[in-house]
Design a protein around this ligand. Structure first.
Ligand SMILES: Nc1ncnc2c1ncn2[C@@H]1O[C@H](COP(=O)(O)OP(=O)(O)O)[C@@H](O)[C@H]1O
Ligand SMILES: [Mg+2]
Length: 133
């Protein structure tokens, strides 16, 4: 048997990408299954939140839940706090290519800016310049 884990409307709002007010509204309207009244507040079963979103709860890594990096283009920040799809071998391609100019033709949100920050993180010197060769 698994215990139901209840979370606050504020925490639920954070996961659902809604305002706390809106989550309270959903609770008042009985739109969220299994909610409990605790004093003046609502408690929401965590499972209900993910069922509402139609997604599974994110996997834990080292006991810590990681999120996806949305709009974060700082490599150090993303590797520490979010899931990072490892593209560090791109550095080897850049060094092997030995060409003066590289044009990355990829659609927006493809990861160009984060990839450049990753390269910068590994290769910049103390003055912030990058020399590939
Ligand atoms: N390798 C990666 N692993 C995880 N998330 C990534 C990766 N590359 C990009 N993202 C995420 O995808 C989004 C778009 O990345 P971004 O570098 O801004 O794309 P672009 O510059 O091509 O528009 C950002 O939220 C970023 O954090
Ligand atoms: Mg960009």
């Amino acid at each position: 048997m698994t215990d139901i884990r209840y979370i606050s409307t504020k925490e639920a709002a954070g996961i659902m990408g809604l305002s706390t007010r809106r989550v309270v509204g959903l609770c008042n309207a009985g739109k969220l299954e299994g909610t409990l009244r605790k004093g003046r507040n609502w408690m929401v079963p965590e499972e209900t939140v993910y069922a509402y979103l139609g997604t599974a709860k994110p996997k834990e890594e080292n006991g810590e839940i990681l999120s996806c990096a949305v709009g974060n283009t700082s490599y150090m920040d993303v590797v520490k706090n979010s899931y990072y799809v490892d593209k560090t071998l791109l550095i080897r391609d850049l060094i092997d290519d030995q060409v003066p100019v590289i044009l990355f033709t990829r659609p927006r949100r493809f990861g160009k800016t984060l990839a450049l920050d990753m390269i910068k993180t590994f290769l910049k010197n103390e003055r912030g310049y990058i020399y590939l060769f």
